[in-house]
Design a binder for this molecule. Structure first.
Ligand code: PAF
Length: 283
């Protein structure tokens, strides 16, 4: 069946009402469009676990700082629609910013602590924008389950915290990172990389893999692992480290010795493009 496309909250609500009357379960895949295989894996999982699947396709302006890439964020709605249709999604919600944010919009969802480290350091307003739009999407869609990629590990942890703290009646499903053959994590922002930068970008996964090797080999000292990962990234002349961190998963607390599940996360500039990647490790 052809995927339905709507730009309005009212239309989503009336479809959802009809579906719920029949007892259908609903899965939501929140995206900013320019869908790739990573998004595809979330849609597939949502389709396999729910009667109806909504994909939101919305470049959320309030999660971008003025200096960031809102105006150049890549878009290809026809390709997004084709992928959603091929994978069996039922509805694409692709609102205009004015549908989501009225001129006097004045309510935000602010999650503290867990948003302050990692990406929150260099993007202090980012998670407030993410949590606000995600809350709206949860309410609009009435979804039973929402699907997030582990690539944005801090986002996943923050959304889980928000859902727990505010008693949202929704299950958050974290899905594995999908990688290119050379290990680079799939991301809409990879499209910004030229050929040289694309090659240089493989250093992120090489460095994370060495971190994993150290953990596999029994190394438990956080400082040693972080230093090695940083050293490998810095050996690539086109790379500039924003952060390398090893934290408790998924509370994102600091730790000096690994004694349970951890997140090894990096953010690295390759040229002007900021890429993030991570692994979650548990014995
Ligand atoms: O991960 C993303 O693409 C965005 O942060 C999200 C969750 C769709 C909110 O705009």
């Amino acid at each position: 069946m052809a995927v339905i496309v709507t730009k309005t909250v009212d239309e989503v609500r009336s479809l959802v009402k009809e579906w719920k009357r029949k007892g259908d379960t609903i899965g939501l895949v929140p995206t900013m469009g320019y869908l790739h295989e990573g998004h595809g894996s979330l849609i597939k999982r949502a389709v396999s676990e729910n009667d109806k699947v909504i994909v939101s396709d919305f470049v959320n302006p309030i999660q971008f700082a003025p200096s960031e890439d809102l105006s150049t964020y890549p878009k290809d709605f026809d390709a997004d629609r084709a992928l959603c249709e091929e994978l069996g999604a039922d509805l694409i919600f692709a609102p205009e910013p004015s549908e989501m944010y009225k001129e006097d919009f004045s309510t935000h969802v602010d999650v503290s602590q867990i948003t302050e480290g990692l990406c929150g350091k260099s993007r202090p307003t980012h998670f407030r924008g993410v949590c606000t739009v995600v809350s709206k999407l949860f309410h609009i869609s009435g979804a039973n389950r929402a699907y997030f990629g582990q690539k944005d590990a801090q986002q996943l942890a923050v959304v889980r915290r928000m859902v727990r703290d505010l008693n949202f009646d929704i299950q958050i499903i974290g899905c594995p990172i999908i990688r290119e053959d050379d290990g680079l994590a799939k991301s809409s922002r990879n499209t910004y990389l030229d050929d040289k930068e694309r090659k240089a970008a493989t250093v992120l996964y090489r460095a994370l893999s060495e971190g994993k090797n150290l953990l596999d080999g029994g190394e438990r000292d956080t400082g040693v692992i972080v230093e090695k990962v940083q050293e490998i990234i810095e050996s690539e002349p086109m790379a500039k480290v924003d952060y390398v961190e090893l934290l408790r998963w998924d509370s994102l607390e600091n730790l000096s010795l690994v004694d349970g599940p951890v997140l090894l996360a990096v953010a690295v500039y390759i040229g002007r493009t900021r890429l993030i990647d991570n692994i979650v490790y548990s014995d």
